[in-house]
Ligand binder design. Structure first.
Ligand SMILES: *Cc1c(COP(=O)(O)O)cnc(C)c1O
Length: 378
């Protein structure tokens, strides 16, 4: 792998993580759901206002748990954006669901809520919006659609921890929501995630599915006198070693978010004039959204110019990267009936978008370098 002078991402290390891991070792409890996991659950409940939080081994696993909890069966339809991550769709396809890919809005690059309305059928069992770049989807409309048709919403909030929509935290809207603590996300423990549960009728079963299909969680709370196999399930708990790392990051999340906000705003201010002059579009954040400062992207006027810009930055040892390839045109997507022209905005945006380095330890000097490189990349 090439080493870049300014990489696209560096996972945040705040100091204190190793000490917390040592503390976990000293406590002698290394499997899941010890003191550090409980602390993470509490901290995440505070920021997301979710009714229940369960740490998982990844966001992918939180999505798999969601599909199990919603009893997704072969032939069920699940609506999601084509401009999205493979895990979002795979979690449901694993249960035999048919993905129904919907195009995105050209402004926020979030799932187009009016196309969702058109895609709903008798067989729709879930709608899975992604808050792209941590900017909220139109949750008023999506929640109303879900309510009208009796279809649960699962928010893939891998980008949007700390984001809000009309004042309410992302992750507090859907029956379920998922978070990622992969090293590319704002808050990390390397690999990790969380399931947020707002529908109370799903809470007990979520614990069971996460604990190998047993009622072990109830046993530990003293609610039953022995635990046994009561449902399907798997093992989705992260160890206390990871939870210790994560707890330190969550305690210091204000520092991380403050720095990311400054970097994001600096990019916006520095590139605004250049963008107007070169027919380049910068991110759009609607007034009702408080974004999570997860990503800074640039939309070039053409694929050719985007690729040239990435190459010219690479020549200066700065890594800027493209993002999602349309899921409906992937090898798997084609097997589900995907065809060119089906999601035109997705196909277009995917070819023109580049993301700039944005991480906690990015220095002012390095960022100024990136800005200069962008301004001369066309
Ligand atoms: C990162 C990401 C995921 C998967 O997260 P993992 O924790 O790596 O499984 C899912 N959805 C979206 C939108 C993501 O960006």
């Amino acid at each position: 792998m090439t080493e870049y002078r300014i990489p696209f991402n560096r996972p945040p290390v705040l100091g204190g993580e190793l000490q917390a891991i040592e503390q976990a070792l000293a406590q002698g409890h290394l499997s899941g759901d010890g003191a550090f996991s409980r602390e993470c659950h509490e901290l995440l409940k505070q920021v997301t206002a979710a009714k229940k939080v369960l740490l998982t081994t990844s966001c992918t696993h939180a999505l798999e748990m969601s599909a199990l909890l919603l009893n997704i069966q072969p032939g069920d339809e699940v609506i999601l954006p084509s401009y999205g991550f493979v895990s979002t769709v795979n979690a449901f396809v694993l249960r035999g669901a048919k993905p129904v890919f919907v195009d995105i809005r050209p402004d926020t690059l979030n799932i187009d809520e009016e196309l969702v309305a058109k895609a709903i059928t008798e067989r729709t069992r879930a709608i899975v919006p992604i808050h792209y770049a941590g900017v909220a989807c139109n949750m008023d409309r999506l929640m109303k659609l879900g309510h009208t048709h009796g279809v649960p919403i699962v928010e893939d909030n891998a980008h949007g921890l700390f984001g809000r929509y009309k004042g309410s935290p992302l992750g507090s809207f859907g029956s379920l929501a998922t978070l990622s603590f992969h090293e590319t996300k704002n808050i990390t423990c390397g690999e990790g995630g969380a399931l947020l549960i707002n529908d109370e009728s799903l809470m007990e079963r979520a614990e069971i599915i996460r604990e190998k299909g047993t009622n072990r969680s109830r046993f530990f709370r003293g609610e039953v006198d022995k635990y046994s196999w009561v449902d399907v399930g798997s093992s989705y708990l992260p160890s206390e070693i990871l939870a210790a790392y994560l707890a330190v990051q969550l305690r210091r999340s204000e520092d991380i978010q403050k720095r990311r906000k400054t970097i994001w705003q600096t990019y916006y201010a520095a590139l605004q004039e250049w963008a107007v002059a070169h027919d380049v579009r910068l991110p759009v954040v609607p007034e009702e959204c408080e974004q999570a400062f997860h990503m800074f992207y640039v939309l070039f006027p053409s694929e050719e110019l985007r690729d040239r810009a990435i190459a010219r930055m690479k020549a200066k040892s700065i890594l800027s990267v493209f993002h999602y390839l349309p899921l409906h045109l992937s090898e798997m997507g084609l097997q589900f009936g995907g065809a060119p022209g089906q999601c035109k905005v997705t196909e277009d945006i995917s070819r023109r978008l580049a993301r700039l380095p944005l991480y906690y330890s990015l220095t002012d000097d390095d960022q100024a370098d990136v800005c200069r490189a962008v301004q001369t990349c066309l």
